[in-house]
Design a binder for this molecule. Structure first.
Ligand SMILES: NC(=O)c1ccc[n+]([C@@H]2O[C@H](COP(=O)([O-])OP(=O)(O)OC[C@H]3O[C@@H](n4cnc5c(N)ncnc54)[C@H](OP(=O)(O)O)[C@@H]3O)[C@@H](O)[C@H]2O)c1
Length: 216
């Protein structure tokens, strides 16, 4: 058993979720409200370690009215326990789980255990299937996946994503090294592409939001 997973991201028209320098303020004000409403409805929000290192996000509900109890659990996928001990995701605004692999140095893991729950799974990288099962066992039924593109790729190609919600901002930035919605190794043959079904589309201020169901 695993949670229902919604991948949510904001991207420019050319599919970038950040510039090559890591600048990633893309969503308009109205879309940020949508994102924070989705956070409030979710039991957990999950990101990859590079997102924590690049943005130092709080991953809480703070753009709309919400009580502290409405903050979802924060989950960081971080094989080598590189989450900086002073990062905002470890503050006391919400519970945090750091998922590490067996590669994580014990010293760094014990420092993280002071401010988070640590789940160890996978030999080199975090085993995402096992992590999903463990989160479900801990009561997580709805999980919001908030990137970045490397984690998005692993989750989608492992068949662990049920919905994709994308905000497309009317901006173009280019850059070969700029992260796109989904990077990773990439599927080689178009015939093997992960297929989606468009469920909803609407504008929010200047942005366009597309909501898809992932076909099984
Ligand atoms: N616009 C948006 O909506 C949005 C949202 C989120 C992020 N972003 C941007 O995305 C960028 C970061 O994206 P990113 O692709 O570089 O990194 P990421 O997806 O945030 O993190 C990827 C890292 O997670 C770790 N990981 C552990 N197990 C994994 C597994 N099984 N599969 C995949 N990753 C695993 C790996 O590092 P280890 O091997 O060291 O563990 C991997 O390099 C930032 O610039 C951020 O601003 C934008």
């Amino acid at each position: 058993m695993r949670p229902h997973v919604i991948l949510n991201a904001a991207m420019t028209l050319d599919g970038k979720i950040a510039t090559e320098t890591g600048s990633s303020e893309i969503s308009g004000r109205e879309d940020l409200v949508r994102v924070h409403e989705l956070r409030r409805e979710s039991d957990a929000i999950m990101v990859g370690i590079n997102t924590v290192l690049a943005d130092d996000p709080r991953l809480t509900v703070h753009k709309i009215d919400a009580s502290p109890e409405e903050n979802p659990i924060r989950v960081v996928v971080d094989s080598r326990a590189r989450t900086p001990p002073h990062s905002r995701v470890l503050n006391n605004e919400a519970p945090t789980i750091i998922a590490v692999s067996e590669m994580a140095p014990e010293g760094r893991v014990s420092v993280l255990r002071e401010s988070a729950d640590v789940i160890v799974t996978g030999g080199e990288r975090v085993d995402l299937e096992v992590l999903m099962e463990e989160l479900h066992r801990r009561g997580v039924r709805k999980l919001m996946l908030e990137g970045g593109s490397t984690l998005n790729y692993s989750m989608i190609t492992a068949g662990l994503v049920d919905e994709v919600r994308v905000c497309i901002a009317p901006m173009i930035v280019g850059g070969e090294a700029a992260r796109t919605l989904v990077d990773g190794e990439g599927i080689k043959d178009m015939a093997d592409a992960v297929r989606l079904e468009l469920i909803k589309h609407y504008t929010l201020g200047k942005d366009l939001v597309l909501e898809y169901r992932v076909k099984v």
